[in-house]
Design a protein around this ligand. Structure first.
Ligand code: KIV
Length: 244
């Protein structure tokens, strides 16, 4: 799984990657905000539509933004908007056992729901920061309870973020649905990375768990400097770059 926020990159990822997640991480890496909390339904619908325009083969999951699932009815209305207005195959909701009433209501009403537990970026202000989960027994047990509760509520997939590898293994073994890890080690069923982190376009910081497969930021900077220099010194445009 990889995130995408627009048609341009969705087209490049399409078919190479099983699942494209239109994650609310776009609020940080694409919109330049400090956290994901100011992403709203209109923003998520806009980006999901753009991804749909680029991807014809991958399974598309749209993130429910902060505040869009505060109760059953609001959560259902907002989920239905993704199905009515975009091509999303499923939606993703952050939260464990405390959100399973809402999640069950959605799955009972025909919505395909992906869960998201462990480090939940939408809780950053409530939690007072981002930190790894599963360091003590109480939090390990809670994570396993969360995963089982989500499975019972009908979710088809769980994203597990920022969890110690041995704990992620136990969580994965405790449920029969697939668990996709991010910063959760290798004993899960699949991996997800934020595209702009793994391709090196997000240059503010690199999370420790990310492997950079491309230094996109450096390549782009070099290319635009080259362009600017060539315009200034008259090397661009040449006869190759004009209409004849
Ligand atoms: O918003 C997002 O991109 C996510 C991933 C980090 C899993 O939720």
């Amino acid at each position: 799984m990889i995130t995408a926020y627009d048609s341009l990159f969705a087209k490049l990822f399409d078919g190479e990657i099983d699942i494209i997640l239109v994650g609310d991480s776009l609020n940080m890496s694409f919109r330049g905000e400090q956290d994901t909390l100011s992403a709203n339904m209109e923003i998520m619908l806009y980006h999901t539509k753009a991804v749909c325009n680029g991807s014809k083969n991958s399974f598309i999951i749209a993130d429910m933004p902060f505040g869009s699932t505060v109760n059953k009815e609001i959560a259902l209305q907002n989920s239905i908007r993704f199905y009515n207005e975009t091509c999303a195959d499923a939606i993703k909701i952050e939260g464990g056992i405390e959100r399973t009433d809402i999640i069950k209501y959605l799955t009972d009403n025909g919505i395909a729901v992906c869960g998201h537990i462990g480090l939940m970026p939408q809780n950053v202000r409530g939690d007072g920061g981002y930190f790894v989960r599963g360091r003590d027994e109480i939090s390990q047990e809670k994570l396993i309870r969360d995963a089982k509760a989500l499975e019972n509520a009908g979710v088809f997939l769980i994203v597990l973020e920022g969890v110690l590898e041995n704990v992620a293994k136990q969580i994965t073994e405790s449920v029969s649905i697939p668990v996709i890890g991010i910063g959760a080690g290798k004993y899960v069923d699949g991996q997800v990375l934020v595209w702009s982190d793994m391709l090196g376009f997000f240059i503010d910081f690199k999370p420790k768990f990310v492997k950079q497969y491309l230094n996109g930021g450096e390549l782009v900077k070099k290319a635009v400097k080259n362009y600017s220099d060539e315009v200034k010194n008259g090397d661009f445009p040449t006869r190759e770059n004009i209409y004849k």
